[in-house]
Design a binder for this molecule. Sequence first.
Ligand code: O7E
Length: 211
Amino acid sequence: MTELILSLDVLDRKRAVEIAEAASPCIDAVKIGYPLVLAAGLGIARDLGGLGLPLIADFKVADIPNTNRLICEQVFAAGFDAVIAHGFTGTDAARACVAAAHDSGGACYVVVEMSHPGATEFFHGGTAERLANLAVDCRADGIIAPATRPDRISVLREIVGSKAIYSPGVGAQGGDPEIVARLVDGIIVGRSIYEAPDPAVAAREFARIRR
Ligand code: O7E
């Protein structure tokens, strides 16, 4: 079954915990990025640890190999289970993230194409395909591909085979969860759940859609 990953981009620690708890029966993981970590601190990983769900650090790590390693080690020491890295910094830099993740018993996912309109400026024209190949070469655990362009997901699936594809961009960004859920291993949903009048109900709706 396609996983449902809650993107918890709220800025208040208490609200973040409440939403995650409410959605928890229907979700498979929680993705936490800069908005929440900068607002609430890295300790939010411990605050959410009681949910028993995998916590994904969406820091889109994009530095030289040594700095990437240092960042990822902090991520896993803080209690996260997975990290997201960019691939455009090169094979050695992405491989440093994968190695740090695997050394900690965690996972690393590589962004190969983003979901917003401007992403086509640089990711199209062969770059996303190269990044998908890089993710395979680096033995990344999966890739991030855009729910806003299902045709592109299919192209990238050809390259990565059975490797996991997690896909943001459904709901608020216009991607259709019914279509995307058939193509990927997990859909990543933020505003459509955490801004809903009742996040638990919204999460249940998305959970029902996946197959
Ligand atoms: O649009 P929303 O509210 O459903 O949130 C989507 C989340 O996915 C948000 O945290 C955003 O930063 C992230 N995201 C994208 O929207 N598009 C991308 O191409 C990549 C990501 C992302 O999370 O990358 C790593 C998974």
